[in-house]
Design a protein around this ligand. Structure first.
Ligand SMILES: Nc1ncnc2c1ncn2[C@@H]1O[C@H](COP(=O)(O)OP(=O)(O)OP(=O)(O)O)[C@@H](O)[C@H]1O
Ligand SMILES: [Mg+2]
Length: 273
C-alpha cells in the first residue's frame, strides 16, 4: 500500500485526526493535571467517540453474471483502544470486511464511519488519506519485498510524506526497535525467521503512527511459539493505545482479545465468553 499524498492533508482530515488524538488518550486531554484521579470523568468518557461505526454494511460482488453477497448487514461500533478479533467460516467475508475497514474498498450499501468520516460516501482522495494517516495493515503472508532489507521495507511506508531522509531513518529505527529487531535492519526477508518477518511487517504497519492496526490472519503462517511472540507484541502495541482488529482462525488468538466477534451468514455477532 502506498502512503500516497499524505504530505498535503485535507484540512478536514487534520481536524479529525487531532480529534482522534483526544479519543486515543482521553485521560490526558480531559482531566486537568491537578486532578487526583487519572480516570476520565463520566462526562469525558461520554465524549469518547467510536473509531468505527458500521450500520447495515453490505458488500456484493458480481462474478460471471452471479451476485455474491459475503456481507449482508454488518452493524458494529469499535472504540479507540479496543483489541477485537473476528472469526468465522472460510469464505465468510472476513477479509472482505477488513478491506472495508481499511478503506481499500467501499461497502455496497450502509454506513461505515472511520473517525467520523463515512467511507462509503467519501471521495477516493479522502479514502487514500485515511489509509495513509489512520491505518496499518498486516497480512498472513507478511508481504515484504524480498529484495529489500528490513530497514528498506519499513521505510517504504514513509515514502511521499515529505519527511527528510534522516527523520525517516530515525522513525524506521524506532519502529524496528519497538518490534524487537533493532539489530536486524540490514537483513533481507530470506535472512529472517517467519516470526521476524512478521515483526518487520508490523514495524512497517506502525511506522507512520496509525490509529488502527488491521491484521488478516497475522499468525496463520507461524508455529505456536512464534504465534505467541507476535501476540505479545500486538498486545503491547494495544496497551500503548493502538486499536487492533484481527481476523483469525485460531481460537487461542481470539481468546486473548478483549472482544471476540464472529462473522457468520454475512453478519457480525459478539462471542460470549
Ligand atoms: N474481489 C472479489 N471479487 C469477487 N468475489 C470476491 C472478491 N473478494 C472476495 N470474494 C468472494 O467473497 C466471499 C468472501 O471472501 P473473503 O475472502 O472475504 O472470505 P474470508 O472469510 O476471508 O475467507 P478465508 O477464511 O478463507 O480467508 C468469497 O466467496 C469470495 O470468493
Ligand atoms: Mg480471508
Amino acid at each position: 500500500m502506498s502512503p500516497l499524498d499524505a504530505a498535503q492533508p485535507d484540512p478536514r482530515l487534520t481536524t479529525d485526526s487531532e480529534r482522534n488524538e483526544t479519543q486515543m488518550n482521553p485521560t490526558a486531554q480531559a482531566v486537568p493535571e491537578t486532578a487526583v484521579s487519572p480516570e476520565p470523568t463520566p462526562a469525558a468518557r461520554s465524549r469518547i467517540e467510536p473509531i468505527y461505526v458500521l450500520e447495515g454494511v453490505t458488500k456484493s460482488y458480481r462474478m460471471q453474471g452471479r451476485t455474491l453477497t459475503p456481507l449482508t448487514g454488518v452493524d458494529i461500533s469499535i472504540m479507540p483502544g479496543e483489541f477485537a478479533t473476528i472469526q468465522g467460516p472460510t469464505g465468510g467475508g472476513k477479509s472482505t470486511l477488513l478491506q472495508l475497514l481499511g478503506a481499500l474498498d467501499r461497502p455496497s450499501s450502509g454506513v461505515l464511519r472511520l473517525d467520523g468520516i463515512d467511507l462509503a460516501a467519501a471521495r477516493d482522495g479522502v479514502l487514500t488519506r485515511m489509509r495513509a494517516a489512520q491505518i496499518g495493515f498486516v497480512f498472513q503472508s507478511f508481504n515484504l519485498i524480498p529484495t529489500l532489507t528490513a530497514n528498506e521495507n519499513v521505510n517504504v511506508a514513509l515514502e511521499g510524506r515529505g519527511m527528510t531522509a534522516s527523520t525517516r531513518t530515525e522513525r524506521v529505527a524506532e519502529a524496528l526497535a519497538k518490534v524487537g529487531l533493532a539489530d536486524r535492519g540490514g537483513h533481507r526477508p530470506s535472512e529472517l525467521s517467519g516470526g521476524q518477518q512478521q515483526r518487520v511487517a508490523i514495524a512497517r504497519a506502525i511506522v507512520a503512527g496509525p490509529k488502527v492496526l488491521l491484521a488478516d490472519e497475522p499468525t496463520g503462517n507461524l508455529d505456536e511459539s512464534m504465534r505467541d511472540e507476535i501476540l505479545e507484541l500486538l498486545e503491547g502495541l494495544n496497551r500503548e493505545g493502538l486499536t487492533i482488529v484481527a481476523v483469525t482462525h485460531d481460537s487461542a488468538v481470539a481468546k486473548r482479545a478483549h472482544r471476540r466477534l464472529r462473522l457468520d451468514g454475512g453478519r457480525l455477532h459478539e462471542v460470549r465468553r
